[in-house]
Design a protein around this ligand. Structure first.
Ligand code: FES
Length: 181
């Protein structure tokens, strides 16, 4: 675990967008193009290839940049508008880079029964953002998830992909470092 220098938030692990953040524009464009080529090579020949391709891009980069649309459209013989429509239709796809820390809160039934609503209210206040938002300083993004597969340890949270169970408000503050500073 390390501490984000700008915000004091503790950062657990990392996700793919780090590979683009900190690069020059040219390096980022090259990295994005290479990611698209890998996703197309892996999935383009399959029926229903669009969603697996977009998921592969987001998995690697942390988001789906607008720049990928032309290459994906050409490869799948679809219009750019169709690709852009799919990206905006599914909440799972991020069209902006996520924050340096990505917090996902389970909103499904088992977690709700164990206090996820109160936890969500606390998390929003603690981070200063609502669901689907990234803080202006780029420190953190908050997303709702509908079952993380950790129902026996509700409420469940992931922080940069690492799972935490039975998270209460004090526990969340410890995870993001708020109660340690
Ligand atoms: S309902 Fe929250 S992890 Fe399954």
């Amino acid at each position: 675990m390390r501490r984000d220098q700008q915000t004091g938030l503790s950062v657990h692990g990392a996700h793919g967008v780090y590979g683009v953040r900190g690069m020059s524009d040219t390096q980022a464009s090259t990295a994005i193009a290479q990611t698209v080529q890998r996703a197309l090579a892996a999935h383009a020949d399959r029926p229903g290839a669009l969603l697996p391709i977009l998921h592969a891009i987001q998995h690697e980069l942390g988001w789906v940049p607008r720049e990928v649309v032309p290459a994906v459209a050409t490869a799948l013989n679809l219009s750019r508008a169709e690709i852009a429509g799919v990206i905006s239709f599914y909440h799972d796809f991020r069209s902006e880079p996520p924050g340096r820390t990505l917090v996902k809160l389970c909103r499904a039934e088992a977690c709700q029964a164990m206090g996820a609503d109160a936890l969500a209210a606390h998390v929003k206040a603690r981070l200063g953002i609502d669901f689907h938002q990234t803080r202006a300083d780029g420190a953190v993004t908050l997303e709702p998830v509908y079952c993380l597969g950790n129902c026996a340890c509700a409420p469940a949270v992931t922080i940069n992909g690492r799972m935490y169970g039975r998270v209460d408000t004090a526990g969340f503050d410890r995870l993001v470092g708020g109660s340690e500073s």
